[in-house]
Design a protein around this ligand. Structure first.
Ligand code: TRP
Length: 452
């Protein structure tokens, strides 16, 4: 079967950035930055990117591009007949778990975009904002319908393939996402009292930089860059052979952070200007934002722009997630792309129903819990807290202990054409000792064995 590739370095950049930029930029990153010490947290976050994010990312790039295989096949090619390929299988499993609940939240975002266009938020109040959101998450029909729309859109794009699908969509939508964020920023920053929001986001406060803050920064660096579950392996298998892997990694990490900060600059000045308390997660996205944006000049238009950019972020992240099992079925089971996409689209929707109907305690299946967590929470916990850090750890152990330094160096320098030799000793030292040590700490903290 013919294997697709991206057509240029720019396409590689936008597709990879499309995977990194997701719901995490809008409901997680800005809030955590404000809560854990602003500029001080950002500094730690940058260190985490350098010592954990980039080493894992470059390892995944190496594994994918040098083998031109998806998550499972790549390990099999480098280390045939060993159990290392189970890392790939774990990645496929983690992708599924994330997709089950990510597609549900993406569905809410699509629905809110639809509501914003329809003008549902024009006379919204604090109470009606939470009643509206409550009725969405507990309904049995609406969220399932929109989750189905999300899967149809994502499947439709993936059926078109690497260049006509993923590449074309990310190259068009990622620049649009930037433009939309900047429009929201200009409007937010011109509100009276906007500086309080800017201060919340950036004011350096080392007192808030606790152990928990540092661990949060580590986990965030990992989640933000879509690492530890074979997504970057799969995408890298479509990279051009001239691509500078280190350059792509740095550009994607930097741009992803900029998108998060721009999102924060649209959200917090507005929240503070209207005298509300900032909060994190679904509440911020689906209650606070409609409430305050609707009271601003050009409110309905801005709200539409905001949910449109959030929908873009969620969709391009979903593309990279679904591509993991699609590549697996195509390569390992010889199934044509169209069938592989359809099988996955239907499967994710079918099991995703469990997540959607258990998203809230009052949802249809909300009463079913195992050890205190419902389906939605289990999918989230297992993927983000267990499989992602564990996958990342095994990936760096693989590239630093199984792969020869020579072949890793050749891939990073494109067979010696890129002059980055000075960087390699530092990089190999970090991937061998520092990254695994930090990942073990994140993992032990995530499962609750150690805590700060
Ligand atoms: N990076 C995405 C975000 O910020 C979330 C994510 C985590 C992800 N792991 C992934 C996306 C794997 C795609 C693939 O929201």
């Amino acid at each position: 079967m013919e294997r697709g590739t991206f057509s240029s370095g720019l396409a590689v950049f936008f597709a990879t950035l499309g995977s990194a930029v997701g719901l995490g930029n809008i409901w997680k990153f800005p809030y955590l930055t404000g809560q854990y010490g602003g500029g001080a947290f950002l500094l730690v976050y940058f260190l985490c990117i350098i010592f954990v994010g980039l080493p894992v990312m470059l390892s995944e790039f190496f594994i994918g591009r040098s083998t031109r295989k998806g998550a499972v096949g790549a390990f099999e090619k480098i280390a045939p007949d060993t159990s290392w390929k189970n890392i790939g299988k774990m990645g496929v499993a983690a992708s599924y778990l994330i997709m089950f609940f990510y597609s549900c939240v993406a569905g809410w975002v699509y629905y809110y975009l639809f509501k914003a266009i329809r003008g549902d938020f024009v006379s919204i109040t604090m109470e009606s904002a939470s009643v509206q959101f409550g009725s969405v998450v507990t309904s049995a029909v609406i969220p399932l319908f929109w989750q189905c729309v999300v899967m149809a859109v994502v499947s439709g794009i993936l059926i078109l393939g690497i260049r006509k699908g993923i590449e074309r969509v990310t190259k068009t939508l990622m620049p649009l996402l930037f433009v939309l964020i900047i429009i929201c920023d200009i409007q937010a920053l011109s509100l009276p009292g906007a500086m309080d929001g800017v201060r919340f986001l950036f004011e350096v406060d080392f007192e808030k930089l606790t152990g928990t803050a540092i661990l949060t920064a580590l986990g965030l660096a990992f989640f933000k860059l879509s690492l530890g579950m074979g997504t970057m392996i799969t995408y890298a298998s479509y990279f051009t052979k001239e691509n500078n892997l280190l350059g792509t990694g740095l550009k994607v990490a930097a741009s992803d952070t900029i998108v998060s900060l721009l999102a924060g600059l649209a959200i917090f000045p507005t929240v503070f200007s209207f005298g509300l308390e900032p909060g994190a997660g679904p509440g911020l996205l689906f209650m606070t934002i409609p409430l305050i944006f609707s009271q601003m000049p050009f409110g309905s238009l801005l709200l539409t722009a905001f949910f449109f950019l959030t929908a873009i972020a969620a969709t391009t992240a979903m593309l990279s997630l679904v591509e993991v099992p699609v590549a697996y079925l195509m390569e390992e089971k010889n199934i044509p792309r169209r069938t592989a996409v359809l099988i996955n689209g239907v499967l994710i929707f079918a099991i995703g129903i469990l997540a959607t109907l258990s998203a809230d305690k009052a949802s249809v299946l909300g009463h079913i819990t195992f050890m205190g967590r419902g389906f939605f929470d289990w999918f989230d916990y297992l993927s983000s807290n267990i499989l992602m850090p564990l996958g990342g750890l095994l990936i760096v152990l693989f590239t630093s202990h199984v792969v020869s330094r020579r072949s890793f160096a050749q891939e990073l320098t494109n067979n010696g054409t890129l002059k980055i030799e000075w960087f390699l000793p530092f990089f190999f030292f970090v991937t061998r000792y520092i990254t695994p040590a930090l990942l073990i700490v994140i993992f032990l903290n995530a499962v609750g064995i150690i805590s700060w």
